[in-house]
Design a protein around this ligand. Structure first.
Ligand code: CP
Ligand code: NVA
Length: 338
């Protein structure tokens, strides 16, 4: 493993299998240290900029808590209250932040912005979600999977991703499956398979990577260990997309009927959140009413409420996995520095 010090995490594939494995184990170790109140701070006097063009609950909180636990200072910047890309180019802002800060988290629309930030700031940049990728989420997800099956190698795990596969979570799962070697079935109407510039869905080429694309739910979820789903309309998509998405994805809702098809009574559910599993948020209530849903859109409320749903554990693990990432990329003093 090469050192992660000063490295960017723009895409999941920026890191090797060894580096990801290291980060997963380190995250679990940091989780234990925090629980036992034995955490050592490696990021004292470090300054971290958190840029958000899109909304966030978990990712922002996880970065802030991870940094605070480690003694670092954070500044939250959004595109409304700063000159970012409006009165000042991304390159100039990146140069300014690069002089003031030690690392930058970016959540926004385009990978191009992320790449400009990395190029001109010359400090580590971490992707906290773009239209195409969400690598910091996948890191937390793999920590959660390893925590669930501590004695099983991740490459033995079988995951079915069900729903809109033309989004950041599906794209990053594909990168993760390629890096780690776990089995991944993408279960979605062809219309929502990733574009070829993101992933070549040609079956012959992908066979050896244990990745399968299918429209067939029964085939896609059979004997699976984890079912992963995400919202059908992502941040930045137009609200008018809902009609088409619901028409095409309705039968891909994660519900008890789908779980029964897995042949695995112990199948676990992953969801990055936020989830439209009930009508208790503004959007969720609107969609339930407008399209005549009674209890959940991409996931049914009963499945979401079951003990097999690991989504809140995924959220919590964002603190520990982001902390491992911050320490590994910003500190030379931690015990695993090489
Ligand atoms: N899963 C996730 O990234 O959540 P937030 O949008 O709340 O950060
Ligand atoms: N695909 C979702 C993920 C949210 C964490 C979105 O981009 O809105």
């Amino acid at each position: 493993m090469k050192t992660l010090y000063k490295k960017n995490f723009l895409k999941f594939s920026d890191f090797t299998k060894k580096e990801i494995t290291f980060l997963i184990n380190y995250s679990l170790d940091l989780k234990k240290q925090k629980k036992e109140k034995k955490e050592i701070q490696y990021l004292k006097k470090k300054n971290i900029a958190l840029i958000f063009e899109k909304q966030s609950t978990r990712t922002r909180c996880a970065f802030e808590i991870a940094a605070h636990d480690q003694g670092a200072y954070t500044t939250y910047l959004n595109s409304q209250d700063t000159h970012f890309g409006y009165k000042e180019s991304i390159a100039d802002t990146a140069k300014v932040l690069g002089c003031m800060y030690d690392g930058i988290q970016f959540r926004g629309y385009h990978d191009h912005t992320l790449n400009l930030l990395a190029k001109y700031s010359k400090i580590p940049v971490w992707n906290g979600l773009t239209n195409n990728f969400h690598p910091t989420q996948l890191l937390a997800d793999l920590v959660t999977i390893q925590e669930t099956y501590p004695n099983i190698s991740l490459k033995k795990i079988k995951i079915a991703y069900v729903g809109d596969a033309k989004n950041n979570i599906a794209h990053t799962l594909l990168e993760a499956a390629k890096t780690i070697g776990f089995k991944l079935n993408i279960v979605s109407p062809k219309l929502y398979w990733p574009d070829n510039n993101i992933y070549d869905t040609n079956q012959k080429k992908i066979k050896k990577n244990k990745i399968m694309f299918t429209e067939n739910i029964k085939k896609g979820v059979k004997n699976i260990d984890f079912i992963y789903t995400d919202t059908w309309v992502s941040m930045g998509d137009k609200m008018t997309c809902w009609k088409e998405k619901i028409t095409n994805l309705k039968k891909y809702q994660v519900n008890q009927k789908m779980l029964d098809l897995t042949n695995n009574q112990n199948v676990k559910i992953l969801h990055c959140l936020p989830a439209l599993h009930d009508n208790k948020s503004k959007i969720s209530s609107e969609i339930h009413k407008k399209y005549n849903f009674s209890s959940g859109i991409e996931i049914s409320h009963d499945v979401f409420s079951s003990k097999n749903n690991l989504s809140f554990q995924q959220s919590l693990n964002k603190i520990h996995s982001i902390k491992a990432l911050l320490i590994a990329t910003l500190s030379k003093n931690h015990p695993f520095f090489i």
